[in-house]
Design a protein around this ligand. Structure first.
Ligand SMILES: [Zn+2]
Length: 78
């Protein structure tokens, strides 16, 4: 089983993760592809403090993370 598949299961099983989240500073953050030294993940970031939360495992590259984000958005909207 690929890391990608694991991440899909992870994000769906935990999922009460919203598509948007309000930071303490008042900024509305969107669930997005984020990057750290460990890799790409889906999470929230705010300009006030940088990384806010990580909601998935790490992906190997930006494209995989972006695809997962789009799949998740579709599953929420359906
Ligand atoms: Zn903030």
């Amino acid at each position: 089983m690929t890391k990608f598949r694991n991440a899909v299961e992870n994000i769906h099983s935990r999922f009460r993760v919203p598509l948007t989240l309000r930071c303490e500073c008042g900024t509305i953050m969107k669930l997005e592809v984020c990057r750290s030294q460990a890799g790409y993940y889906l999470g929230f970031e705010c300009q006030c403090s940088g990384p806010y939360s990580r909601e998935t495992d790490y992906f190997r590259n930006h494209d995989e993370a972006q695809l997962e984000l789009e799949k998740y958005r579709d599953s929420v909207n359906n």
